[in-house]
Design a protein around this ligand. Sequence first.
Ligand code: HEC
Length: 109
Amino acid sequence: MRHVIAVIAVLVALTGVASAQSATAGAKVFADQKCSLCHSIAGKGNPKGSLDSVGSTLSGEDIRKWITEAPEMAAKAKAERKPAMKPFASLSKGDLDALVAYLQTLKKS
Ligand code: HEC
């Protein structure tokens, strides 16, 4: 039983490290894709589109859809800010996963 607990503890620790790494990679994707032209995080970027609490207000799935299907999500959310967001359809799956993981860490308490 001790062994099982130890193995589980190690797995949990490793998953934590993996998601922290992808969040860091996601911050880089955010910068590379120039999301900050229209969005801000922690006071950096366009203040009209703060994403500081997006991890509390949207599910990972919805964040992903915003990135890949922005026009559909904007229609659903009745978002009217201009310029509208275009879909970022050419991101690799790895970059997209990392970007979503990063945005999910943005929570206001
Ligand atoms: C040309 C401007 C523009 C760019 C560039 C842009 N967005 Fe957006 N985005 C918007 C607009 C407009 C909305 C609608 C909501 C609003 O008014 O902030 C939006 C909404 C979102 C939302 C939903 C926010 C919410 O609170 O519901 C997310 C998440 C998002 N964008 C992520 C991104 C990411 C990640 C990138 C870079 C890959 C990006 N956006 C690039 C304009 C942009």
